[in-house]
Ligand binder design. Structure first.
Ligand SMILES: Cc1ncc(COP(=O)(O)O)c(C=O)c1O
Length: 364
């Protein structure tokens, strides 16, 4: 068997046809920026996630930057971010001129709950990242942030559709940032992102910032930029969103299969809470001291895996910062993402499980 970590060419033929049809519709209409598809995407996401406002933009990294700018975070300000995340979380903070203050994570890569020890008089904001699709405990985090008068920007790039206490990932913070990068659970056929907020004033500002500061053409009220979503991507997302729920169901079925079958492997740490609703089963990250050997063994058996991520941010040259970050670094050294996506087949999941068991010397 040959099993890719994720092969987006496996999108089924019927869905490919609907996407081609959408492309040809938009080509015939000649609308490539703004328009009805963008409006439809906004309203579909608002109703799906129960968010008052949804402002699409060019990608998830821009969403973070727009969020920080909308909250007037910049030079002289500190922003608390987890040591383990995709680089964008820290990158956006540096890009607006603020300083990321890295904090340790728990064993699953989520911002450790004692993060408020990092608060100084310069701290303006905290950015929890719902890594691998698992949500940080948001009611506790928001409560603490309020006590310190800090803004909360949720990096919900990996957790689209996860829900905690009835509230969707991205709707807990002052602003929530989404990514529709193609590999995400709701992924476009290119780059796209979005800011969510429940505050009308912030929504207006994000919209202005993402469109040259203009409420209407040629009237520039503030210095913005062009981070508009592409109409084609909005159109594709309007098609793909219809598949989201069924894709989620398949992810959960396969995640359950992995959990049931791999829980007997004592040398593996499995993802916590992946079957709960506050996890969208974006990635299935197992942890083992023999990570590198396991990855090579699986590759030799035709199984693609990935590492999210091999280095923590404060160990990277542009972001270098002191700190122990023991748990975050352990995850970087020991985490391995097994294939988990709606294009897999049950036999493939079973084959992966067999090979993992074989690696650890367990043959049933
Ligand atoms: C945690 C996290 N934050 C931010 C981003 C940035 O999203 P994008 O790739 O759309 O810029 C991503 C996606 O790659 C991500 O995984």
């Amino acid at each position: 068997m040959n099993i890719s970590f994720l092969d987006l060419s496996q999108i089924n033929a019927e869905l490919k046809d609907r996407l081609r049809q959408k492309f040809s519709e938009l080509l015939d209409k000649g609308i490539f920026s703004g328009g009805k598809e963008v409006e439809q995407l906004e309203s579909m996401i608002c109703s799906l996630l129960h968010s008052s406002h949804a402002i699409p933009c060019a990608n998830g990294t821009d969403a973070l930057e727009l969020a920080l700018r909308a909250l007037n975070i910049g030079p002289g300000d500190e922003v608390i971010v987890p040591a383990m995340t995709w680089v964008s979380t820290a990158e956006a903070v540096v890009f607006v001129g603020a300083k990321p203050i890295f904090w340790e994570t728990d064993g699953q890569g989520l911002l450790r709950s004692d993060w408020e020890k990092a608060v100084t008089e310069k701290t303006k904001c905290v950015i929890p990242v719902h890594l691998y699709g698992k949500m940080v405990n948001m009611s506790a985090l928001v409560k603490k942030a309020k006590a310190h008068q800090l803004f909360v920007i949720e990096d919900a790039a990996q957790s689209f559709g996860a829900v905690q206490e009835g509230k969707a990932a991205g709707t807990w913070g002052d602003i929530g940032c989404l990514s529709f990068y193609p590999t995400k659970n709701l992924g476009a056929l290119g780059e796209a992102g979005m800011c969510l907020t429940q505050d009308e004033t912030l929504a207006k500002k994000i919209r202005l910032l993402s469109n040259h500061g203009q409420p209407i053409r040629d009237q520039h009220e503030l210095i913005g930029r062009n981070s508009r979503i592409d109409s084609l991507q909005a159109g594709f997302l309007n098609v793909l969103i219809e598949e989201f729920e069924s894709g989620q169901k398949i992810r959960k079925v396969f995640a359950k299969r992995y959990v049931e079958k791999l829980s007997g492997v004592s040398e593996l740490v499995l993802p916590e809470g992946i079957l709960e609703e506050d996890h969208n089963a974006h990635l299935f990250v197992v942890q083992t001291e023999k990570r590198d050997q396991l990855q090579v063994f699986l590759a030799k058996n035709g199984i693609g895996t990935a590492i999210h991520y091999p280095r923590i941010i404060p160990d990277m040259r542009p972001y270098r910062a002191d700190g122990d970050f023991v748990a975050a670094r352990k995850l970087a050294n020991e985490g391995l993402s097994l294939p988990l996506n709606p294009y897999l087949k049950a036999e493939e999941v079973d084959w992966i499980v067999d090979k993992v068991e074989e690696f650890f010397g367990l043959m049933f």
